[in-house]
Design a protein around this ligand. Structure first.
Ligand code: KIV
Ligand code: ZN
Length: 388
């Protein structure tokens, strides 16, 4: 049976940009948008046009330049916000209005200072107004992760009647755990009339380090759009990392009933681009895109990978855009990896005695240095070192 599509909605340029210190110029947004388009990201959220003239221009430029991904613009529920977003999206081949309002008791009372009934009215009017200007409208219940289920069902039912095409259930403060979050999605799909007429979307923040786990649990529960960012960039602890969501779904096709359209070979270049534009380094042990994600140092692991890479690798480094996996030479490395690296460097060692001497010197050096580089090996293998 053909797999269903899991829609990837990238919000690096909007929620990612909300990360303190990560604001981007129009040109920088354009460069990243082109890379996302090349990766076959389905929807690129380019910004929040009502936030500033600069962001309006950036959304407009992305809408002009990008033709193979849908462009989304964020707005609150006011007519002014929505009109500004519609204006910015005018040049888009395919656009989406993404309107939101908070639905948790805490946000409604303390932040919006609105009665729940008025929040429902604002949501209803916003979706109706947006649908007059565009046929693709996403509605988000901000802080849905802490909202009451009965209220969520009511507001979602209202906006579906007004023509919302995607319903997003954000865990805005990263408070949910996977089972609970998946249960929210299941309940909404079961209880809201016409729930099968819309795409259910998830948007998870990483305050407890659960953004990807929550997103994946929700996909198993029926969500078919995941909102995410490159390198997990985003407010506070960030958003769900696109590269982790995409590769988890692709690697575990035995579990997921859907797959994305992402060309994963563009993931590492995208990660490097976002890191260089924002100045936010990627931690070495970050899944998929960290420098050590496909590096092996211990002798047992290196020996295993040299014999059969699947012994310690569940994905191929090349499939996500690395040149190859990396056997890092250090104090845990064994003779097999040592000999293999020498061979790669064009250094053939015929004599076991020479290899033993060189390997002993290598271990002594590795005790003093974190990593042994190719230059170290060349020095080590110079004649006076290995000639007995
Ligand atoms: O985290 C959140 O709730 C958001 C919404 C605006 C979708 O970013
Ligand atoms: Zn968010």
């Amino acid at each position: 049976m053909a797999k269903e599509q899991l829609i990837i909605f990238d919000t690096t340029l909007r929620d990612g940009e909300q990360s303190p210190g990560a604001s981007m110029t129009r040109e920088e947004k354009l460069r990243i948008a082109r890379q996302l388009e090349k990766m076959h990201v389905d929807i690129i959220e380019a910004g929040f046009p009502a936030a500033s003239n600069g962001d309006f221009e950036a959304v407009r430029s992305v809408a002009e330049a990008i033709k193979d991904s849908r462009i989304a613009a964020l707005c609150r529920t006011s007519d002014q916000d929505i009109s500004r977003a519609l204006e910015a999206l005018k040049p888009a081949r395919a656009g989406r209005i993404h309107t939101f309002i908070a639905t948790s008791p805490l946000h409604m009372e303390k932040k919006l200072r609105m009665a729940p009934e008025d929040v429902i009215i604002a949501a209803k009017n916003a979706v109706r107004f947006a649908r007059n200007g565009i046929d693709d409208v996403e509605f988000s219940c901000e802080d849905a992760g802490r909202s009451e289920m009965d209220f969520l069902c009511r507001i979602v039912e209202t906006v579906i009647k007004e023509g919302a095409t995607t319903i997003n259930i954000p865990d805005t403060v990263g408070y949910n755990v996977p089972r609970q979050y998946a249960d929210r999605i299941c309940q909404l799909r079961e209880r809201v009339p016409n729930s099968d007429k819309v795409i259910w979307s998830v948007h998870c923040h990483n305050d407890l380090g659960l953004a990807v786990a929550n997103s994946l649990a929700a996909v198993i529960a029926g969500a078919r759009q995941v909102e995410c960012t490159i390198n997990g960039l985003g407010e506070r602890a960030g958003n769900a990392a696109l590269e982790e969501v995409v590769m988890a779904v692709r690697t575990r096709q035995d579990i997921f009933p859907c797959d994305t359209r992402i060309d994963a070979t563009h993931i590492v270049p995208a990660s490097k681009l976002v890191s260089s534009v924002t100045g936010f380094p990627v931690q070495p042990n970050k899944a998929i895109v960290g420098a050590n994600a496909f590096a092996h140092e211990s002798g047992i692991h290196q020996d295993g990978v040299l014999k059969h890479r699947e012994t310690y690798e569940i994905m191929r480094a090349e499939d996500v855009g690395w040149n190859t996996n990396k056997l890092v030479l250090g104090k845990h490395s064994g003779r097999t990896a040592f000999r293999a690296r020498l061979k790669e460097l064009g250094i053939e060692v015929d004599s076991e005695q020479v290899l033993n001497t060189a390997f002993t010197r290598f271990k002594e050096l590795a005790d003093k240095k974190h990593e042994i580089f190719d230059e170290d090996l060349h020095a080590l293998m110079s004649e006076d070192v290995v000639t007995p």
